[in-house]
Write a new protein. Structure first.
Length: 276
């Protein structure tokens, strides 16, 4: 068994596979005698999850779900990073007792073997509520997180025995390079004038992204895409929109439509994405 599996146990599979099912208990404000004050556990200016009065299966509507997911994302990242750092007190109020006990044992095992864990939390690609059910006076919500997390383990001599931190640095440099090149490209388009004095950028619609969100597993869902320019074609800039599973090819149809090209189908498209 590898070191990663020894020390990450439940979350560990989440780090390697990229997703975790997390049941948050603090959302209803219910005290069992085990939880600590959530505001003491998290040094945020605002509560992680805004108090919800008499929340149950019937009142858990779309607005309540959105508020819940905001807090769940913060909690998820905090749980992952705090576990890696061995700061379990910070996350005690967010874990069921049996899960906390497993985390506590994993941290103790790590200390006994003089090992240290370093985690780089890149970000959450998606968070989706998979199920919710009423359990007496508590609403239990299951959330699936798909995230990018890179970790490595070092021994007492500071020698890496699991993971490769140098690859993290290389990946960051590559990402930075492409981002800078794209920004430079947009700047050139923005400063280049058309014959009528307008910006060349406004007459272009540039898609920056790809058809794979996870190169390791060749996932083609939850694609981060940046659409720039196009004001002359009616595009609205400066927005972040989650289209929730709409095929990427719908965007291509939308771009063609704005350019005056009428097409009925592109690949697996299901319709024209008009809100761009």
């Amino acid at each position: 068994m590898s070191y990663s599996f020894e020390y990450i146990d439940i979350i560990l599979l989440a780090m390697i596979a990229g997703f975790i099912f997390l049941r948050l208990r603090g959302i209803l404000g219910k005290k069992t005698g085990y939880e600590e004050d959530i505001n003491q556990s998290f040094p945020h200016e605002e509560p992680i999850v805004k108090p919800v009065v008499k929340l149950n299966a019937e009142t858990f509507d779309e607005n309540a779900k959105k508020e819940f997911l905001k807090g769940a994302k913060i909690a998820y990242e905090t749980i992952v990073t705090s576990f890696s750092e061995g700061k379990l007190k910070d996350i005690k109020s967010l874990l069921a007792k049996d899960v906390y006990d497993q985390f506590d044992q994993a941290v103790k095992d790590r200390k006994t073997k003089n090992l240290s864990s370093n985690t780089t939390f890149i970000g959450i690609n998606s968070a989706e509520i998979k199920n919710h059910e009423q359990n007496n006076n508590m609403l239990e919500v299951t959330v699936e997180f798909i995230s990018e997390i890179i970790s490595h383990i070092k021994d007492k001599e500071n020698k890496t025995i699991s993971g490769d931190p140098e690859k993290i640095k290389k990946l960051a440099k590559i990402d930075q390079f492409y981002s800078e090149q794209f920004a430079h490209f947009l700047h050139k388009l923005s400063t280049t004038k058309e014959v009528d004095g307008s910006r060349l950028l406004d007459h272009c619609m540039i898609v920056f992204g790809g058809g794979i969100s996870d190169g390791n597993r060749h996932r083609h869902s939850d694609l981060p895409v940046l659409l720039a320019g196009g004001q002359a074609h009616g595009l609205t800039n400066g927005r972040h929109i989650d289209y929730g599973g709409v095929p990427m090819t719908n965007l291509y149809l939308g771009i063609l439509d704005r350019a005056g090209v009428k097409a009925s189908q592109v690949g697996d498209s299901t319709g024209v994405l008009s809100d761009i």
